[in-house]
Design a binder for this molecule. Structure first.
Ligand code: MOS
Length: 722
């Protein structure tokens, strides 16, 4: 496959919408919307404030809930001093484990989720666990009362200390999704026979989503239905769980989330704010809003757990891998077993005679971790892509040459064919654009005043799945079309992309299509997650469009009434089997390291990706660049620091938890190569997450090239550098 001329521009010009676009491919009945850059349809509403988020929608008689959270890491609630608080101005109720509505146990989107069992018993599993909800007439009154609430505890000894040597590490109890271990060949024999060996441990810290919009919900009863406006990644799934949790009929719950201000995985599952809002609305028979504080987001909505990963590589002198062993450990809470699948990239990216991956987890007295952008793939790629750079150094090979020598024919762990694999064109095109070819491999030899300069690269991969979704389209009497799908636009541009998809599938101009999203009444649709949203929804919309066109050909539309067709892709998706399906990419970075302070400045980054069909080049590029910025942030800044004495975070706010700011972000280019893939007929692979994958390794490898010093622990803080 030859890389096509990739349109690739800096973040600044991409934002200005001046990009050229690759030609659209394989669009049945294309009217040319797919493949062209479009600004977000709701962009004006967002920047003018007309778009209302869950925390802002006005309601008459609205009451405000404020959560009080535990200050101890493990124990039981001894007492909750509700009486004095109930006498405070405006206070309407104090909900806690002794008076809150009972919830159905065992509910959860991916199996029983104990984080949903809020205010059900006196058990405290971590610092920051919700112990009471104070409801008042104003948010200020609710906050003052929640802060005045005295809760006492019977404290128990806790353990929040994670390392790869923790005695509690065990094989995850799994479930069908968790493929914890794989083994092919004799890893020890191949390592022993290898001329060159790398054997190192890589660690990554707790990382937090820090979406701009905090989690918020307002719940109310209206005409016998629980009506909710929430900030989430999938209204239909949240509505289903909410109904179950409150012993309600699924049709009695409606959840909407029209605008969502960032999520990164933290809004994929139902979260406590919504549950307590629904409880209070039920008890008070009033609309109740609960907005989490920035600090509460650090203990209640998930995070990426710390990882410790041992990589052992054994290679022939020419770089061909005889052995690849990836041993990934991370932690979860005592109440749920979330497993960070960091060994995933090592099952996909390189061929090796012997390949072993292992995944272990330890249960600690900490909040429950969860999916965060490219779960597993992002920390896992830091380990394996750093180790590959170390192997390149030891074998004296160029890092790209080493990778080309280990390109697999089929899935290295599975033996299954790839639906498409255009990683090599990403290396070639990326190297050409970045100017990699003339690179002097020697570390610590380039200087610009007080700065040492270096470049590094890494491969990236991310799963590209498709999940069942449903959509309906109405041909309105006025000649326009209304698409309804419970998709979520978490800031990505999904609404715009789906409008482009629908316009082409209906062979109608873009302006005649109106896409309504994020309403559970629209029926089942997959989450905006797993890089699967657009692919899954686009397929459902395409099927609905085909069904509608067929229907319109058969019926004479009655003036004044619409004709509606629905489609559900469940059976189509279930029939898809037997291929390895991934997006791929190549990440490049140039860094400068201050020889006096150790500060690392990223001077430029470039990512070239193979992500299937690109629907909207403008928002696609923004997604990729956004992911790369998050990767820069992961490499250099982000680190939740847990205090072993209290069990809490010492930097659980945006003052202490550093995320990359504008001043940290250099010129970033993101582009893609042609990547035809027909596993899913839309040809879309999804690109919400792959942008972050590999970036931390590319930067760490560049820091080594600049300084000659390896960094195997993130973040690469300036006090660690020299
Ligand atoms: Mo994303 S971490 O798959 O919501």
């Amino acid at each position: 496959s030859t890389p096509m001329a990739v349109p690739s521009v800096s973040a600044a010009t991409a934002a200005a919408g001046t990009t050229t676009s690759p030609a659209p491919t394989r669009t049945a009945g294309s009217s040319g919307a797919v493949g062209t850059s479009r600004t977000r349809l709701e962009g004006r509403a967002k920047v003018t404030g007309a778009a209302r988020y869950a925390g802002e929608v006005p309601f008459a008689e609205l009451a405000y809930g404020w959560l009080a959270t535990s200050t101890v890491a493990r124990g039981r609630i001894r007492s909750i001093g509700a009486e004095p608080v109930l006498a405070m101005p405006g206070v309407l109720a104090v909900l806690h484990h002794e008076n809150a509505p009972r919830l159905k146990p065992g509910v959860g989107m991916m199996g029983p989720d104990a984080t949903l069992q809020i205010l059900q018993d006196d058990r405290v599993p971590h610092v920051g666990w919700p112990v009471a909800l104070v409801v008042a007439e104003t948010p200020e009154q609710a906050r003052a009362a929640a802060e005045a609430l005295v809760v006492t505890y019977d404290e128990e000894p806790h353990d929040v200390g994670f390392s790869s040597g923790h005695p509690g590490l065990h094989t995850p109890d799994g479930g069908p999704r968790a493929r914890t271990d794989t083994e092919k060949g004799d890893i020890e024999a191949e390592l022993a026979a290898s001329a060159v060996v790398v054997d190192e441990e890589y660690t990554t810290p707790e990382e937090y989503h820090t979406a701009m919009e905090p989690h918020a919900a307002v719940a109310r009863w209206e005409d016998g239905r629980l009506e909710v406006i929430d900030s989430n990644q999938g209204s239909h799934a949240v509505a289903q769980d909410l109904a179950k949790l409150f012993f309600l009929d699924a049709t009695s719950v409606r959840v909407r989330s029209e605008h969502v201000g960032g999520a990164f995985g933290s809004k994929g599952l139902m979260r406590p704010h919504l549950i307590v809002a629904a409880m209070a609305a039920t008890m008070l028979d009033r609309p109740v809003r609960v907005v989490l504080t920035r600090r509460q987001l650090f203990s209640m909505v998930g995070f990426r757990p710390a990882t410790a990963q041992r990589i052992r590589l054994g290679a022939e002198p020419g770089g061909r891998l005889r052995a690849l062993d990836h041993d990934a450990t991370s932690f979860s809470s005592t109440i749920n077993e979330y497993v960070e699948q960091s060994a995933q990239p090592s099952r996909v990216v390189y061929a090796a005679d012997a390949l072993r991956t292992r995944t272990r987890v330890v249960r600690l007295d900490v909040p429950t971790p969860s999916f965060m952008r490219a779960p597993g793939w992002a920390p896992g790629s830091f380990a394996i892509e750093s180790a590959m750079d170390e192997l390149a150094e030891k074998t004296g090979l160029d890092p790209i040459t080493l990778r080309l020598r280990n390109e697999p024919e089929v899935g290295p762990a599975s033996g299954l064919p790839f639906s498409s694999r255009n990683l090599i064109p990403c290396f070639e095109e990326g190297a050409r654009r970045f100017g990699w070819t003339d690179r002097d491999p020697r570390p610590g030899t380039r200087r610009d005043g007080r700065w040492l300069l270096g470049t590094g690269m890494a491969a990236a991969a991310h799963s590209a799945g498709t999940a069942p979704s449903s959509a309906s389209i109405t041909a309105e009497a006025d000649g326009t079309f209304t698409v309804r799908i419970a998709a979520a636009d978490i800031g990505t541009g999904a609404r715009t992309a789906l409008t482009q998809i629908a316009a082409d599938a209906l062979e109608t101009p873009l302006k005649t299509v109106r896409v309504k999203i994020a309403d559970s009444d629209f029926g089942p649709a997959f989450l905006a997650g797993g890089s699967m949203g657009t692919a899954s929804w686009a397929w459902a919309v395409t099927e609905a469009a085909a069904a509608l066109r067929e229907k319109l050909a058969l019926v004479d539309q009655i003036p004044g009434e619409g004709t509606t067709a629905r489609a559900d892709t469940t059976e189509l998706v279930m029939a898809m089997r037997g291929q390895e399906r991934y997006a791929f990419g190549a990440q490049f970075a140039e860094v400068a390291v201050d020889v006096a302070s150790g500060e690392v400045r990223v001077r430029r980054m470039l990512g070239t990706f193979a992500v299937g069909r690109v629907v909207n080049p403008l928002t696609a590029r923004s997604q990729l660049i956004g992911g790369m910025i998050m990767g820069l942030s992961m490499a250099l800044h982000e680190e939740g620091i847990r205090d072993t004495a209290s069990g809490g975070l010492v930097n659980g706010d945006l003052a202490g938890y550093h995320v990359a700011s504008n001043a940290d972000v250099p010129v970033i280019e993101a582009g893609w190569v042609d990547d035809p893939d027909t596993y899913n007929p839309t040809g879309i692979k999804g690109l919400g997450e792959i942008g972050i994958v590999g970036v931390a390794a590319a930067i760490a490898n560049a820091v080594w090239h600049a300084t000659g010093i390896r960094h195997r622990s993130l973040p690469i803080r300036l006090d660690r550098v020299l």
